[in-house]
Design a protein around this ligand. Structure first.
Ligand SMILES: NC(=O)c1ccc[n+]([C@@H]2O[C@H](COP(=O)([O-])OP(=O)(O)OC[C@H]3O[C@@H](n4cnc5c(N)ncnc54)[C@H](OP(=O)(O)O)[C@@H]3O)[C@@H](O)[C@H]2O)c1
Length: 291
């Protein structure tokens, strides 16, 4: 018997959501965006790294018109919008629903989904920029999916269409590596309103980067003694490799939007408080960005 390919409901048809929709539809999956007050479909253009542009037409459904049961849900809204986006869906999710969280930071869906539901966590080092309806793939790197589950049946076939997609039995390693880069680069570039490379070049930022990194590494090591707690080199390498880029938090701040600080440094501060550890630099950047 042939198992039908998943039909995904997509929360967040922005940069990341559009990229995911493109890969999923290439693999024969179908995608419907959940969005209130939108037209019946979204027309998107996605500029690929080789310079070619593709057009995607993605159907849209309003939250109140979603059928009784959602089997596959992909969450790609920015973290502060998770609660509002998920609120209308709770009664449609069931124990066997597959939910993928494709967001930076950690903990953004905690307490927002029915108990017993398994969430697969996705971490991507790819980069997409733009504004609806035009999106551009800036870098097509790696995406890891993992969680407290076995690899889903559809994953192997999807890998042929989603570049560098891999299953991670231990998702927290790529997740924490990405968290460390985000925790240092995002708040500092947002507060000082500078491109990523300044973290390496400016002595004041470099010093603050080291402090944020050391504190966060201690917290992660307290959570998992196997964590090597030597993230600075990797973080600085990311800052160098993306030297001219504007981080997403800097961009959010420039346009007056709420940032993902709560899911990034906020998550580190929360863990530190629970463990009785001091993280003054993480607390300071969080306070500065919440002002
Ligand atoms: N972009 C990247 O390169 C990248 C890379 C790695 C990870 N990420 C992570 O991926 C996540 C998404 O980032 P992004 O860059 O794709 O953000 P984005 O471009 O701002 O897209 C977010 C989308 O969510 C929609 N949205 C907001 N509230 C909603 C709601 N209540 N219901 C339905 N849709 C809603 C927004 O629609 P409106 O604009 O109409 O409000 C927007 O289309 C973030 O956690 C980010 O850190 C992004």
């Amino acid at each position: 018997m042939i198992t039908p390919l998943p039909h995904w409901y997509l929360l967040g048809a922005g940069n990341m959501g559009t990229l995911a929709a493109w890969y999923l539809t290439r693999a024969g999956h179908t995608v419907t965006v959940i969005k209130a007050g939108s037209p019946a479909s979204l027309e998107k253009t996605l500029l690929l790294p080789e310079g070619k542009s593709v057009t995607l037409t993605i159907p849209v459904v309003a939250p109140e018109a979603i059928p009784a049961s959602i089997d596959y849900l992909l969450v790609a809204v920015k973290t502060p919008y998770s609660r509002a986006a998920l609120a209308p869906l709770n009664t449609r999710l069931h124990d066997a629903s597959q939910v993928i969280r494709l967001q930076n930071g950690l903990g953004a869906l905690d307490g927002l989904l029915p108990d017993n539901l398994t969430v697969l966590e996705a971490v991507s080092t790819s980069a997409v920029k733009g504004q609806h309806p035009h999106h551009q793939i800036v870098a097509e790197n790696h995406t890891w999916i993992g969680g407290k589950a076995n690899p889903p049946a559809w994953l192997a076939a999807l890998q042929a269409h989603w570049p560098n997609l891999q299953w991670a039995d231990d998702i927290h390693t790529p997740q924490w590596q990405k968290l460390m880069a985000n925790a240092v680069i995002n708040p500092l570039t947002a507060i000082y309103d500078v491109p990523n490379g300044q973290i390496v070049d400016d002595p004041e930022l470099r010093k603050r980067a080291e402090e944020i990194c050391t504190e966060a590494d201690h917290v992660l090591q307290a959570l998992d003694p196997a964590w090597p707690a030597a993230s600075l080199e990797n973080v600085l390498a990311v800052a160098r490799a993306t030297a001219g880029n504007t981080s997403s938090m800097r961009a959010d701040r420039q346009r007056g939007a709420i940032t993902e600080i709560d899911a990034i440094n906020g998550w580190i501060v929360k863990q530190a408080n629970r463990l009785g550890l001091e993280v003054p630099e993480n607390q300071a950047v969080m306070d500065a960005l919440k002002r």
